[in-house]
Design a protein around this ligand. Sequence first.
Ligand code: ACO
Length: 371
Amino acid sequence: MELRKGLEDIAIKETEITYIDGVLGRLYYRGYSIYDLAEFSNFEETAYLIWFGKLPNKKELQEIKEALAEEREIPEYITEFIKNVRKDANPMDVLRTAVSMLGIEDRSNEELWKKAVKLTAKIPTIISYFDRVRKGLDIVHPDPSLSHAENFLYMMRGEKPNPIDSRTMDVAMILHMDHEMNASTFACLVVASTLSDLYSAITAGISALKGPLHGGANAEALKQFMEIGSKDKVEEYILKKLESGQRIMGFGHRIYKAYDPRAKILKEYARNLAKEKGKMELFEIAEKVDEIGCKILGKKNIYPNVDFYAGLVFYFLGFDPDLFPTVFASSRIVGWTAHVMEYLKDNKLIRPKAIYKGEIGRKYINIENRE
Ligand code: ACO
């Protein structure tokens, strides 16, 4: 039996959701280029596309917007949990627990897409309530008249965001919505394939996304720009890090052997926000890490991934770094649920193999006679 560590290059399902061309650095949702979706679409429309496989007409778009807006509020017992949980909790742990709690209550046999809408609508509410409570601020209830992205920022800040921030949030959420068989989506499918429930599957996805090699990399990328402190220290920092065997966070990808198209798009949004917020210095440090990192690591086909500029964008939008993976989850929920629905159409229990390397036939020794 062949060992494929990390399941590299192993396909576990056929999909019509997302296609990544890792060599040319291209990404398509349901056949549409990520560049077109980032330029012309919005969160609700792209979510509909990912869930249902086609762009919605006007009526369908209105219906999905209304369905999402109606489902934003969370049950009182979850608000109580958020108010009582320790203030220094990891926000991903709070989100994971709150999603799991939602699953305890939802015993309906509703179609999965309806549960997907509910989860997608409620996740920003969970995140913003926790952030405001831990800062000693009153929670801000969702405003159904606002779009999904606008409302998220509104609940976080307590005031309506300007059009630049709203559009940036919308685009950042589109870019994070799906990415084929990444670790967290796979985790969701492992659970779903046992015919467990959707909330359990998503809880597994959140758990996988939390790790620094996956959704946690955006905060790590930002941290390194802050640590560097100024543009002229970039080269020395990178060389030192690589010489000591450490990684440049926000660089490298299992599938992309080219510049991640999502990073290309986010770079321009990060630049614009940096200008708007008067934080050009930080952006320029990142740009320099990008340039020097590409020169050195590009030789091994290692380039910036989505997390490289996502951290900057989320930070400029006002999110604390420990919230970044939760913001990622608030968007990836669409992909997770779409893949679960697609997988369950032709379910097969996911049960890989391990190659046994231990001894066989060892003699059992009574505890009194052991050394
Ligand atoms: N900086 C320096 N070297 C790197 C980096 C990096 N960011 N990424 C990979 N490499 C090198 C490794 O050291 C290794 O070198 P070697 O062959 O000389 O030992 C080689 O590239 C292959 O690395 P692997 O970890 O085996 O490749 P894998 O496909 O498993 O890596 C991963 C993918 C985990 C994303 C890796 O690139 C990494 O750790 N990057 C930093 C963390 C990060 O940005 N994660 C976000 C990923 S995107 C996402 O989840 C949304």
